[in-house]
Design a protein around this ligand. Sequence first.
Ligand SMILES: [Zn+2]
Length: 170
Amino acid sequence: MASRKRPATRLQPKVAARRPSQTPKRKAVTPRFPLQRQFDFQEAQGRYFNLRAIFNKLNARYFRNRIKDYRLVWGRKRRVRPRETVVFGTIQEEDRIIRIHPLLDRSFVPLWFIEYVVYHEMLHSVVADLYDEQGRRVVHHERFLKKERCFHWFRRAKAWEQENLARFLQ
Ligand SMILES: [Zn+2]
């Protein structure tokens, strides 16, 4: 009986003593970060463009890295092309998602054009919407449009959009 008790009492404190000192702090911080970043990049990777890389560049250049915790995703590919107009980008602020139309992930699309589209959506996250007298929401109000023109290739991007819109339609 005495020999049965002894190993039990000896083992327990050893195990208990090892656990708390080794685990918590290091594991919580380091390994999660690179994995999350890796996931963000993979999710945002198209055939030609990586939306996460574009977002990070714009965030540093125009927003002092203030825009946090957004997912960058490509929209679902559809079999039928739009007829009259294409919504190149959308932002869902509650869910913190910026979604870019997959038709932009093509070789003829200049980087500065897709950057413009991402910049526009990012701008929505920092410029508040306004409401007119009828209570309707105005998202592209004067202050927004003024800030939009801060994008370096704004004119070029707008002109390119006009000239190339037909290539995205049916
Ligand atoms: Zn907009």
